[in-house]
Design a protein. Structure first.
Length: 400
């Protein structure tokens, strides 16, 4: 069926069937123009019923199994402030504006600095809402079944295809709508009468389908990011980084996240074309980097074995994300370098800043110093305060 329809990904059978019925009714408006208004009213009713069916399908996917609970991504997708912020990012505008072959997407035209600023803004939205406290995300607040996400992807792709067909249908009606300059015989032969009321109803229904389509892709984008917090917050809050033995394996939650993301990658590849796939996964490396760097604030103590363990975590995540995005995910190199600061003494960290300039923010350096203090109780607080004061001076000099 995909080949016949000229699409690269499977469409819902119900979507294709409804479109076929609408095409049949459209043909009847030309064959029996005196009854065209009746047929078009039937089209509106079919669209209304199918819209309700699609919304029900969406709700069945995003409703939590537990009462008085929520799926975070669905709640955020409907949250005016969060959804508006996410829709201001260039990647959203790029996704909405691409008009060429979806299977051969061009690169988004954006500079490296603007790309980094965009990823930073998005990461701040997520960390500010999900990592502000020590509260872990319950499993019932994520969509843990990749098949459900695949179904949501199928729904989104089917809606986009359906919207294009309905808009073509509306444009054909508008093109056929007679004007004062239309010759009477031409109108009788080719143009079924179309009321403005019907056109407005069709436009309104199309807009509602468009709203659901955008909500589906936004929820998928958010959901993948919430999964990263779901697995990585326990890495910071519950894992032991002061073990006497050098554990050669990454954290179990890192391995679970990698397996989860690989499953979602497969589901999205099967249901969505490349540009939508990219929208869902691009920038994930920066978000994971932000989560891991912010984790230093939550880690109770760390020794050399713990530093090695965290670096193994970072490497395992980087390998997995590189396989998914076909990109180096260099933000995770930055994260590894951050944790390697913990091998150094406070004076050595300051010397590195002096020689190479600041590679991290003031808060990130402060979190490193505080973690060093927590990890080595013998260190004098006054000494740490002096080092932090010196760090502030150095950073201020750089910014002058």
């Amino acid at each position: 069926m995909q080949k016949e329809l000229g699409v690269s990904r499977p469409l819902l059978q119900s979507t294709v069937s409804v479109h076929s019925h609408i095409q049949d009714l459209r043909d009847l408006t030309y064959e029996m123009p005196d009854y065209s208004d009746h047929f078009l009213q039937m089209v509106c009713r079919i669209l209304q019923d199918y819209k309700d069916t699609c919304y029900k399908s969406y709700r069945d996917i995003v409703l939590s199994d537990q009462e008085d609970s929520r799926i975070i991504s669905a709640a955020w997708g409907k949250d005016e402030d969060i959804s508006r912020l996410l829709k201001t990012l260039p990647k959203w505008h790029y996704l909405m504006s691409v008009k060429y072959n979806e299977d051969q997407p061009a690169e988004m035209q954006i500079s490296h600095s603007d790309l980094r600023a965009m990823n930073l803004k998005e990461s701040d939205i997520f960390t500010g809402n999900l990592f502000a406290t020590d509260t872990l995300i319950p499993q019932h607040e994520i969509i843990s079944d990749a098949n459900q996400l695949k179904t949501l992807g199928n729904l989104q792709e089917s809606l986009d295809w359906f919207i294009r067909k309905i808009r073509t249908f509306i444009h054909s009606l508008m093109a056929a709508k007679p004007t004062s300059l239309t010759v009477e015989t031409t109108r009788e032969l080719f143009a079924p009468p179309v009321s403005d009321e019907v056109l407005r109803a069709l436009e309104s229904l199309t807009a509602e389908f468009q709203e659901l389509s955008e909500l589906c892709i936004l929820v998928l984008h958010i959901e993948v990011r919430v999964h990263c917090f779901y697995y990585l917050m326990p890495v910071a809050l519950q894992s032991n980084y002061c073990g006497a033995i050098d554990d050669m394996d990454p954290d179990s939650n890192v391995l679970k996240m990698n397996k989860d993301l690989a499953g979602i990658e497969e589901a999205m590849n099967l249901s969505l074309p490349p540009r939508k796939f990219r929208y869902i996964f691009e920038g994930l490396g920066h978000l994971v980097s932000t989560i891991l760097i912010n984790s230093t604030h939550h880690i109770k103590r760390i020794n050399e074995n713990g530093i090695k363990k965290m670096c193994r975590n970072i490497f395992a995540i980087q390998q997995n994300l590189t396989n998914i995005t076909a990109s180096r995910e260099s933000d995770l190199d930055h994260t590894r370098q951050y944790y390697e600061l913990l091998y150094l003494k406070p004076d050595e960290i300051l010397q590195k800043v002096l020689e190479r300039g600041p590679q991290f923010t003031e808060l990130e350096y402060m979190n490193i110093f505080e973690l060093v203090k927590r990890s080595k109780p013998g260190i004098d607080q006054k000494m740490i305060d002096n080092k932090l004061a010196r760090l502030k001076e150095m950073l201020r000099e750089v910014n002058v």
